[in-house]
Design a protein around this ligand. Structure first.
Ligand SMILES: Cc1cc2nc3c(=O)[nH]c(=O)nc-3n(C[C@H](O)[C@H](O)[C@H](O)COP(=O)(O)OP(=O)(O)OC[C@H]3O[C@@H](n4cnc5c(N)ncnc54)[C@H](O)[C@@H]3O)c2cc1C
Length: 447
């Protein structure tokens, strides 16, 4: 049986990124990908990466003319439900073709020394006499095969083919995603009928969780909506949005639909000789369900820990625990905090309150820029507080919404603080989980 240091399930963006980073460090890496090379990364066409992420994550930045490059833009508008008071943030974004970018990352992994077997489907784990993972079973061209591995990483996307096959007591949650744990995304690729409407950036309507953004065709656009519950519900919200938002006149070219995890990541992402990442570990952003770069943040941590563990010859859950600790105390804490805030505010605020927040200066360009790390001038904080107080006095903001917003803030601080105190070692993990469960119970889910 062929033997590897690391077997990665899935050659999507997460699997390819991990494979490349581990192969570059001299480890023997095999990636099993059930799709063919021609169909990998074809679940939808266009996705975005913020320009600043390319250097932070050390990933290739395609340019105009490259197969993966589609378009780029800098202006990101956030708008009220009536689109009368849009706010603008400058945040350069690059639009990429998912299939071509996945192939680019796959090629980089191969170049670094990783082996990728397309058309090879992981079917189960191999366990040693002590019940610990020691390899995988796979099916290739209708034939059953097996490979031994010191570590197996599940990067198989939402299906979580590896994680959900683990024994329940392996130390990683094994539940499959339910319909309520996903974000349903509908993308309308359209041609804009009037040149005056050609886009110079994207516009996001938080109230409807909808947006219009450029696409590869400069005369076109992608009108997107992301909603909980179902595709039907997403269409229902889209129909409501069309009633208030003055969308440009367009001709529909085609529609793409996709789902993305919209729930917390497992509290522990490691087991003995095991790691879960990417959509398989629900590592998507809690604000919008995007997951390409947020998974890579965890994988940067994972690479350092796996590399050290392989070199020291100890790949037990305890040895890999630093992945949990470092991730949960940083991005994990940030995502948990944003989830609590978002759920509280979005569930409580109604149409008029959203409209008032934009109109009154509670939401300003500077406040939105601050969310991307820019300094927030004191005058804008003052405007926001004044707008809020004025809204209560003029009865434009209901007392129930104020209460819900304050409760959301309290929950956000509590859950973030809890994640920042994620246990140093597996000791104390169960108590930590019990408290986290109780906090998530209070936070609830987005409607
Ligand atoms: C419509 C839509 C738009 C989105 N837009 C953005 C965006 O703009 N920016 C962003 O960051 N994110 C976006 N996302 C989310 C993003 O697509 C995912 O978070 C990301 O692609 C996850 O990558 P992954 O490698 O973890 O999983 P995947 O890309 O799903 O890759 C998993 C791979 O594993 C393979 N696999 C599965 N089971 C097995 C098995 N048993 N054996 C072998 N191989 C297997 C699959 O074939 C697949 O190739 C969007 C999602 C949707 C639905």
């Amino acid at each position: 049986m062929k033997s590897y240091d690391l077997i990665v399930i899935g050659a999507g963006t997460s699997g390819a990124y991990l494979a490349q980073r581990m192969a570059r460090r001299g480890h023997r890496v095999l990636v099993l990908e059930q799709a063919s090379k021609e169909t990998v990364g074809t679940k939808y066409d266009i996705f975005h990466i913020e320009q600043r992420e390319f250097s932070r994550l050390e990933i290739p930045r395609p340019k105009g003319g490259d197969a993966a490059w589609a378009f780029e833009f800098e202006k990101n508008y956030n708008a009220d439900p009536l689109t009368k008071f849009p706010k603008c943030q400058m945040n350069p974004m690059v639009g990429l073709h998912m299939h071509a970018y996945t192939l680019l990352l796959d090629e980089l992994a191969q170049h670094a020394g990783a082996e990728i077997r397309y058309g090879a489907r992981f079917t189960d784990f191999l366990f040693d006499d002590g019940g610990k993972i020691c390899g995988v079973k796979a099916t290739e061209n209708g034939e059953d095969t097996a490979y031994s591995a010191r570590i197996v990483a599940d990067c198989s996307g939402m299906a979580a083919a590896g994680r959900t096959k683990l024994p329940a007591d392996y130390g990683v949650e094994t539940a499959k995603l339910t319909d309520e744990d996903m974000f349903y995304v509908v993308l309308r690729y359209v041609t804009l009928n009037d040149p005056k409407d050609y886009l110079d950036g994207s516009t996001f309507w938080a109230y409807y969780k909808s947006w219009i953004a450029p696409c590869a065709d400069p005369h076109g656009a992608i009108i997107g909506i992301g909603a909980c519950h179902s595709f039907d519900y997403a269409e229902q919200v889209f129909a409501e949005m069309e009633q208030t938002v003055p969308l440009p006149d367009y001709t529909l070219d085609h529609i793409e639909r996709g789902r993305t995890p919209y729930t917390r990541s497992p509290y522990s992402m490691v087991g003995d000789n095991f790691l879960v990442s990417g959509d398989a570990g629900n590592l998507t952003k809690s604000v919008n369900g995007e997951g390409v770069t947020s998974s890579m943040v965890q994988l940067q941590i994972a690479t350092e820990v796996l590399d050290r563990a392989l070199k020291l010859g100890d790949t037990s859950r305890r040895a890999l625990w630093d992945i949990n600790r470092k991730y949960n105390r940083t991005q994990g804490a940030e995502f948990a905090m944003l989830r609590a805030l978002l759920v509280g505010v979005v569930n409580a605020a109604n149409f008029d309150e959203f409209q008032y927040a934009f109109e009154s200066g509670i939401i300003s360009d500077e406040l939105l820029n601050a969310m991307n790390g820019a300094p927030l001038p004191a005058a804008r904080v003052f405007d926001a507080v004044k707008g809020f107080a004025g809204g209560i006095a003029k009865k434009r903001i209901r007392t129930s919404t104020v209460k819900a917003a304050l409760a959301a803030l309290k929950n956000a601080v509590a859950i973030s603080d809890h994640y920042k105190h994620f246990p140093e070692t597996p000791e104390g993990f169960e108590q930590w989980c019990a408290k986290a469960d109780a906090l998530y119970q209070k936070i609830g889910k987005i409607r």
